[in-house]
Design a protein around this ligand. Structure first.
Ligand code: KG4
Ligand code: ZN
Length: 342
């Protein structure tokens, strides 16, 4: 393998079209040359959620301009491999990214690597210069997933906890809709919560003792009942009280996982990892437990192609490349589940 490796990452799993060029030196140190994310906010926000058909069409329109910008003046012949997200996600959106990646790889026989979106999130800490020791625990909290992974090496993941119903980000989005705030709900609730009283309403905490699993659907129902039962409650107080419940549960669960596995290196990623209260609470907990908490910058917590390029690089280095038969999958778990998570 030559000294420096250039990987073009592509992510079209949901509603953002993203491409990133990353360079890796002989020791595997990563440099983000570019990380372009084209948001589809304008397309979807008026519907209060993502419309899959419109997302696919927008990806088709944006994929080449976004990839060209990410290439930053280089030509495809300068690229060692293309890494593309193969799932989980919206199938129409994933098909655009995968078909595009195949079309640019085929003429020059550029190696193509299919990457699980969740692996990208799980490895996000490495994007910002962090280097957690293996094994580490990775809490991935996004709009579609909430899971704790034990990461023993690049490519070696065990899902030790997962949500049994809604993802944390999904709960944020649904509560936001209920409160008449926009989509996506996370950033708006984050903002409103900072002006509210987190003790105004005592919402339940689904700790699910003896497991590392999560449940957020009961909380969403509790918010609905509280708002309907007392119209005088302020949006800020409800947002702050809801957020306190989510944050408490996430922090408590990762503490349990640290204790169970005797692991002190922890990473936080996925869109909800952009949440200011969660970042503060996780940092405080890590200080108290003398643990190392790796928090990527907010721009690398939400969906981006740099994380796909990074995960793709490690597969490429290990010789795991996909052929033209690569096909995306809407449902694609990461690693093997640990069946008894207690
Ligand atoms: O990782 P991501 O960009 O996409 C998925 O893979 O799902 O996560 C998007 C989710 C949305 O549910 C959004 O509401 C949530 O992340 N989110 C936040 C914040 N920023 C984005 N949730 C809480 N606080 C935030 N600041
Ligand atoms: Zn994501």
């Amino acid at each position: 393998m030559k000294k420096n490796v250039s990987i073009l990452g592509i992510d079209t799993s949901c509603d953002d079209t993203s491409a990133s060029l990353m360079e890796f030196d002989a020791k595997g140190h990563a440099t983000i040359v570019s990380n372009v994310v084209s948001s589809q906010y304008d397309v979807h926000h008026r519907y209060g959620g993502i419309v899959p058909e419109l997302a696919s069409r927008k990806h088709i329109e944006m994929i080449w301009p976004v990839a060209e910008e990410a290439l930053d003046g280089r030509s495809l012949s300068d690229i060692d491999a293309v890494a593309v997200c193969k799932g989980p996600g919206l199938i129409g959106s994933l098909l655009v990214g995968c078909s595009f990646a195949k079309s640019i790889c085929y003429p020059g026989r550029i190696p193509l690597v299919g990457v699980n979106h969740l692996e990208g999130h799980a490895l996000s800490a490495f994007l910002s210069g962090g280097a957690p020791d293996f094994p580490f625990l990775s809490l991935v909290v996004s709009g579609g997933h909430t899971s704790i992974y034990r990461v023993d090496d690049f490519g070696v993941y065990t899902e030790v906890g997962r949500t049994l119903d809604d993802a944390a980000g999904e709960a944020y989005d649904k509560v936001s809709k209920l409160l008449g705030l926009g989509y996506p709900g996370g950033p708006e609730i984050d903002k409103r919560a900072s002006q509210g009283n987190a003790e105004a309403v005592s919402f339940p905490r689904a700790y699910l003792p003896d497991t590392l699993d999560f449940s957020f659907s009961g909380l969403k129902t509790a918010v609905k009942l509280a708002v309907e039962g007392d119209p005088s409650l302020s949006v800020e107080d409800v947002a702050a009280s809801f957020q306190a419940s989510v944050v408490d549960v996430l922090v408590r669960k990762i503490e349990w996982a640290m204790k169970k596995y005797g692991i002190r290196h922890v990473t936080l990623s996925g869109g909800v990892a952009a949440n200011s209260a969660l970042r503060q609470a996780m940092t405080r907990m890590a200080e108290k437990r003398d643990a190392e908490m790796f928090l990527p910058p907010v721009s690398l917590c939400t969906d981006n192609a740099a994380m796909i390029a990074l995960a793709g690089y490690h597969q490429y280095r290990a010789g795991t490349v996909s052929g033209m038969e690569l096909n995306p999958r809407a449902h694609l778990p990461l690693g093997s589940p640990e069946l008894i998570s207690g």
